[in-house]
Design a protein around this ligand. Sequence first.
Ligand code: AVI
Length: 322
Amino acid sequence: MNSTPILLDWPQLDDRTEFKEAVLAGLSRTPRAIPAKFLYDAQGSALFDAICELPEYYLTRTEIQILRRHSSEIADLAGAGCALVEFGSGSSVKSRLLIEALKDLQSYVPIDVSRDHLDATAAQLRRDYPWLSVVPVGADYMTLTALPPRVNGAQRRLGFFPGSTIGNLEPKDATEFLRRARALLGDGSALVLGVDLKKDARLLHDAYNDGAGVTAAFTLNLLRRMNRELDANFDLSGFAHEAFYNPAQGRIEIYFRSLRSQTVHVAGQVFRFQEGERVHTEYSYKYDDVGIGELARSGGFAIEKIWRDPVRLFAVCFLAAT
Ligand code: AVI
């Protein structure tokens, strides 16, 4: 059975206000930082899709390969009659591998803040899988507290959080995400989690500093977005993308850096940037087995199985709720 999107938590009218408040607060504090979620407007999402195709950005194709190789094992562990709940579904490319492998899938529940993405994805999935009940939820999965009642008839709720997006959360927020997912999915549930692993710093560096400059365009799109939406006047030639691996913290750190001393107006306020001053935009934490175990436990899950790519060092984990 199909349906129109269920928009439980759709803050569309407040989007620009939220962006403005976050930017003004982020540029006023020391050190300066703007939350990573604001990188993903329509242009940012398109640039991220392009990043996923880059030769240096191994994460997406490695994870797809693992899912392809092990989807029937995942389906066996999950059992029949699940509701598949995807956190931050985007265009649901990876979930198709699970949709096709899971037995007697009761429903597919993509959760995403981007309504455009959600509508288009749901429509396409309904065309491609007419037998599937697609139940889209327009919401921020970090704040969502309930799933639509239609999902209640499933044997089990199987969460799906691919892409190592968990790595974009600071460890305490990653734990908080898992706790919330555990509460949302309920007793007896499970979660398929994609996690990028610690590896040679050079490979990591290259993945976030690609030769074609797409990652730089992705970071600097945040400045364009501020110019577009907040009446800002960032001169893009005066700022540069900066990304490096911090081995002590086990994370990639991403910033935009001012190339000269300059003044910028944003939403009626004036901000002075020193030459070399950075504004933080993203972390991308990399895990090892111990870290994944600790993270899973802290969020109310236990590792049932991990599939790894031994060369690219990416893991897909099947976590069971404890
Ligand atoms: C979405 N997320 C998992 C990406 C990552 O690898 O941390 C975001 C990204 N930022 C720059 N490149 C990719």
